[in-house]
Ligand binder design. Structure first.
Ligand SMILES: CC(C)(COP(=O)(O)OP(=O)(O)OC[C@H]1O[C@@H](n2cnc3c(N)ncnc32)[C@H](O)[C@@H]1OP(=O)(O)O)[C@@H](O)C(=O)NCCC(=O)NCCS
Length: 166
């Protein structure tokens, strides 16, 4: 059995103690993520240790939400896309707690997010996964996993559906 489990964010998770080093991401987890998850606006999933008891320490989290994008001209999108917006999944937030950064949690979270997105898009259609890197430094983090920048002057990156699950 895995040492970690992925769970939908709920009241059993200790949001207050989570610190990623990026205040906007931490604030989202503390103030908005649970309400949005409960209302179905977006879904935040948290990684916790399998043996954790409430309040469960959050090792990392990510947020997924459907989105519409005008993707004509993006790297690796199918040729002849309609000019009007098409469906995709936005990786809205992704973070690991400072106490475990550098131990592969970010990689694990991204892999889980990709798999869930692949399953979702297999049911609904959609061209892939989109993410807006919070800083210039983070562009290389996503590129390492196959995401491509949609334009040189943008921090938006894209991974096509066929590349979601390696
Ligand atoms: C970005 C983040 C999720 C990475 O998580 P992590 O658990 O430390 O990452 P991993 O241990 O899985 O590292 C995977 C690889 O990414 C690299 N990496 C990690 N953080 C990085 C960063 N900020 N920028 C560029 N590369 C990074 C690692 O060096 C590693 O490379 P390697 O495989 O060549 O050694 C984490 O640093 C974090 O939560 N940062 C603050 C919040 C944040 O910036 N979120 C992203 C918002 S878009």
């Amino acid at each position: 059995m895995s040492r970690f489990v992925l769970e939908l964010l709920d009241a059993s998770h200790d949001r207050k103690s989570f610190h990623s080093g990026l205040p906007s991401v931490d604030q989202y987890l503390k103030e908005t993520a649970r309400s949005h998850t409960e209302k179905g606006v977006s879904l935040t999933r948290v990684l916790v240790r399998a043996e954790a008891k409430p309040p469960k320490a959050i090792l990392g989290f990510f947020t997924l939400t459907p989105c519409m994008v005008e993707a004509v001209g993006w790297p690796e999108v199918p040729k002849g896309l309609p000019r009007n917006p098409v469906g995709a999944v936005l990786l809205g937030r992704l973070a690991a707690d400072l106490s475990v950064q550098g131990e592969g949690i970010g990689t694990r979270l991204l892999s889980l997010a990709r798999r869930i997105t692949a399953e979702s898009l297999a049911a609904t259609g959609g061209i892939g996964m989109v993410v807006d890197a919070a800083t210039d430094d983070l562009i290389s983090f996503y590129e390492k996993f196959g995401f491509r920048r949609i334009a040189g002057d943008s921090r938006r990156l894209f991974l096509p559906t066929r590349s979601l699950v390696a």
